[in-house]
Design a protein around this ligand. Structure first.
Ligand SMILES: *Cc1c(COP(=O)(O)O)cnc(C)c1O
Length: 424
């Protein structure tokens, strides 16, 4: 499709967009009384209007029923997480028994590492990507320490080649083969938070398992953004937060996947709690842990229902739309933004460098852009003029044109504001 950098063309794309009405389902912050252009849905998604009613329902049930709400609430609390299994399984591509919600992301990755990072003297190394999200780095270091190994020996980072912004699949696989018998775990962010690169999760999972390692994925920037086939890719485990592309609100609950092949293994080490215990017998208060067969066997505490409610509102919205429609718009709006950036770049004779892969198969809806020669005052200008972006020193902005609520007109308007900001 040939794009045009005009308001009329952008509006025409909006009029053809089957998801355009979902924009009205979200509450936008405003600057000078006007909805902002929101590019930070990869950090904290906007609030869907329907979310409040999901929380209000629980507040009402709690007021009217007290403890009885566990069993008699509109959506009983004691097994509230089961409502996620079906819709979430479609979002991440797995069986309903393989997916649940609990805790928060880093906590879940730690809990999953308890089961899937079982180092021995010979096989104890972890492969991750260079400059992984800091929480993941701290997690690896502390896990390695916990087991009595040294981070500098046990953690192997995959590097970018000189002059390249993204990591090559062939380099990941070569490193996996090089570490070989010493490799216990591969755990990488499925979509890199900084560059927006989507890793070849299928190929990397197969390569890791071929040398006898377990393979897990941190899907913080992938869930609700890219196509996932966790079951078919034979991924061992995965977890993601729900407040980025899944719009569940600040710090809210995490999603968690454990492959079916582990469900019957009750001997698999794990850190247990009563919510992972045999569901029918949970309230018999038995002394010996009998894990639920399924990912719910990794549940620990009783459910934070007030924090799950906004996530349920979101998951049900994703279920209405389906990932196919979302991905179709994502590719179009991301390409349109890429086009707008290149047009503005020509007009202002600046030097934007998009470090996100240009191949749509290797990216979701994020474009990370080096604005060579521009500084922090450009960021301030954008923010003051109603463009919410995130800025990384010295001069990188990350732009996520989230298909659920961003419009093509937003992309055009952004281009004009960017141009003014650079020319001023
Ligand atoms: C956002 C993000 C996190 C955040 O972890 P929390 O435990 O939810 O604070 C972790 N890992 C990656 C890759 C992220 O992008």
């Amino acid at each position: 499709m040939t794009f045009e950098n005009t308001k009329a063309f952008a509006q025409e794309l909006d009029s053809q967009d089957v998801l355009h009405n979902y924009r009205d389902e979200f509450i936008f912050p405003k600057v000078d009384g006007k909805k902002v252009i929101y590019f930070t849905g990869n950090s904290l998604g906007l609030q869907p209007k329907r979310t409040k009613s999901y929380i209000d329902e629980i507040m009402k049930d709690w007021a009217e029923l007290g403890v009885e709400g566990h069993f008699y609430a509109h959506k009983p609390w004691w097994d509230y997480q089961e409502r996620f299994a079906k819709p979430l399984s479609k979002i991440v591509g797995c069986l309903p028994s393989e997916v649940t919600v609990m805790n928060t992301l880093t906590v879940n990755l730690h809990l999953l590492m308890v089961s899937f990072y079982r180092p021995t003297q010979k096989r104890y190394k972890i492969i991750c990507e260079e400059k992984a999200f800091p929480s993941d780095q701290y997690m690896f270091q502390s896990q390695v320490h916990f087991h009595g190994y040294k981070p500098e020996d046990a953690i192997v980072e995959i590097k970018r080649r000189d002059g390249e912004h993204n990591i090559r699949t062939e380099d990941v696989i070569a490193k996996i083969n090089e570490v070989g018998d010493a490799l216990a775990l591969v755990l990488i962010g499925g979509v890199n938070y900084y560059t927006g690169q989507v890793f070849d999760m299928k190929a990397i999972t197969a390569a890791g398992q071929a040398v006898g390692a377990k393979v897990g994925w941190d899907l913080a920037h992938a869930a609700g953004n890219v196509k996932l086939e966790l079951h078919d890719w034979n991924v061992d485990f995965a977890a993601w937060c729900s407040y980025k592309y899944m719009n569940s609100g600040p710090g809210n609950a995490s999603g968690c996947f454990v492959h079916e092949k582990y469900h019957a293994d009750k001997e698999l080490p794990r850190f247990a709690g009563w919510w992972g215990h045999n569901k029918e017998r949970r309230f018999k208060m038995e002394p010996v842990f009998d894990p639920i067969e399924g990912v719910d066997g990794w549940q620990v505490s009783n459910l934070p229902v007030l924090s799950l409610a906004p996530y349920l509102a979101s998951v049900e919205m994703f279920d209405e739309i389906g990932m196919e429609a979302l991905i179709e718009k994502r590719d179009k709006i991301t390409s349109y933004l890429e086009f707008i950036l290149s047009e503005i770049d020509k007009e202002v004779a600046s030097n934007f460098e998009i470090i996100t892969p240009s191949n749509p198969q290797e990216r979701g809806c994020q474009l990370s852009v080096f604005l060579h020669g521009e500084g922090r005052d450009l960021f301030d200008y954008l923010m003051k003029n109603g463009v919410i972006v995130d800025w990384r020193e010295p001069n990188v902005i990350r732009l996520a044109p989230v298909p659920l609520y961003c419009s093509f007109e937003d992309m055009y308007d952004f281009g004009q504001i960017l141009k003014e900001g650079i020319n001023k």
